[in-house]
Design a protein around this ligand. Structure first.
Ligand code: IGP
Length: 251
């Protein structure tokens, strides 16, 4: 499924799941349900031992997934099962090391064959991304790059130029994880990013509540929510109700 966020003043939702947390069967089951709820895309994390951008909740989820044997191969199979619903595009969030270990071309080919729409590889600096981005693009995958509040204009421009599908705007300085309040200048950052691109812009990091999602209406094209969903699974709850609540805050 191609990745196309509305980009017409409407806000949509991109929930994140860590593949293999708490186990692969649960990711498959929850992922299949979530793509049928009206979300814009599902971001599926591939666990990795040194997740430098991840806060404690996602780090723990990744470790649990690795301990339970969630290999990249197994995660790609789960991605394929979720993508087979053909209900919402599936994006893979992975650090560059698992991709290099798997082999970039093999990874790109297998992800595309699995029906994955695109990849987010947060630790590839945009200046060094041309090779790996080309490998993904040739396979038919979108490449989403991140811009942060600390990114100078030239790096925002470079990340926007390298991105396809949408641009991931990191709302806070630091790592993933719920925050009680988002910085007040998020919307200014989103507006600045828009001066560099016509692509949709998604906001992520620290968004956990319906109230925070609703503050992004009219500013972002999508809200990305990770840790809050992982938290539900940690507590043994189905994240469906939270996702539905977040979705209604998009309207
Ligand atoms: O967990 P949060 O604060 O809701 O943020 C989204 C985030 O989890 C997800 O997009 C993500 C998980 N790991 C990442 C690493 C880098 C960039 C983004 C991510």
């Amino acid at each position: 499924m191609t990745l196309s966020l509305p980009n017409q003043g409407g806000l949509s939702l991109i929930p994140y799941l860590m593949a293999g947390h708490p186990d692969l069967a649960t990711t498959r089951e929850i992922g299949r349900k979530l793509v049928n709820t009206g979300i814009a895309a599902l971001e599926l994390g591939i666990p990795y031992s040194d997740p430098l951008a991840d806060g404690p909740v996602i780090q723990r989820a990744g470790q649990r997934a690795l301990d339970a044997g969630a290999t990249t191969e197994a995660c790609l199979e789960v991605a394929a099962d979720i993508a087979a619903e053909r209900a919402a595009p599936v994006l893979l969030m992975t650090y560059v090391n698992p991709v290099l270990a798997y082999g970039p071309q093999r990874f790109a080919r297998d992800a595309a064959q699995a029906g994955v729409a695109g990849v987010i590889i947060p630790d590839v600096p945009v200046e060094e991304s041309a090779g790996i981005a080309r490998t993904m693009t040739v396979a038919g995958l979108e490449t989403v790059f991140l811009v942060a509040p600390t990114s100078p204009d030239d790096r925002i421009a470079a990340a926007c130029a390298a991105s396809t599908g949408f641009v991931y705007c990191v709302t806070v300085t630091g790592i993933t994880g719920s925050r009680s309040a988002l910085p007040t200048d998020v919307n200014a950052l989103l507006a600045k990013v828009r001066t560099h691109t016509d692509l949709p812009v998604a906001a992520g990091f620290g968004i956990s509540s319906a109230e925070q999602v609703s503050l992004l209406r009219g500013h972002a094209d999508a809200a990305i929510v990770g840790s809050a969903i992982v938290n539900e699974l940690d507590a043994g709850r189905d994240p469906g109700p939270l996702v539905r609540e977040l979705l209604s805050a998009c309207k």
